[in-house]
Design a protein around this ligand. Structure first.
Ligand code: S3P
Length: 167
């Protein structure tokens, strides 16, 4: 059984995943890192040189490979739920936790840096709102459990997930 983290950019999937993997002595698999390793380039470079559709194809391969393993903590890119094949593969492989947050948190937590090509746009706030509106139902439908991360520390989020996981 895999423990899978989904949610919007900046919701803390990577950090929470790292802590969970440590606490459970499991392997951490990060689909963004798999894409970067496979492409031999950063996510930004893949988007820039090859476009989003190539990125999504690489992401689908990464998700499929990640979900084929057992006993892992899998941290997914924020857009992984856009493809129902990813959702099916992940749900067949384990328990999905949605790290949920509101627009303001998403804005604050993704501020600074240009490592997220989808947010390198003029109207960042508007784009975050649009993407969240589009994706919220997908995250909710994909998840077995929703963890609201607003106002919580990393440690609190990790403990909340561990409590559910160990039930
Ligand atoms: C994306 C999220 C990113 C990365 C890519 C696209 C998205 O991952 O996969 O930039 O579509 O939401 P994080 O959620 O880890 O930032």
């Amino acid at each position: 059984m895999n423990l899978v983290l989904i949610g919007f950019m900046g919701s803390g999937k990577s950090e929470v995943g790292r802590k969970l993997a440590e606490a459970l002595s499991r392997e951490l698999v990060d689909t963004d890192a798999m894409v970067e390793a496979r492409a031999g380039a950063s996510i930004s470079a893949v988007f820039e040189r090859q476009g989003e559709s190539v990125f999504r194809a690489l992401e689908r391969e990464a998700v499929s490979e990640a979900a084929a393993g057992e006993g892992r903590v899998i941290s997914c890119g924020g857009g992984a739920v856009l493809d129902s094949r990813n959702v099916d593969a992940l749900r067949a492989s384990g328990v999905l936790f949605y790290l949920e947050m509101g627009e303001e948190d998403a804005e604050r937590r993704t501020a600074g840096g240009d490592s997220r090509p989808l947010l390198n746009v003029g109207d960042r706030a508007g784009e975050i709102r649009r993407l969240l509106d589009e994706r919220r139902p997908l995250y909710e439908a994909a998840a077995h459990h929703t963890i609201n991360v607003g106002g919580k520390t990393l440690e609190e989020v990790v403990q909340e997930i561990l409590e559910i996981w160990r039930r």
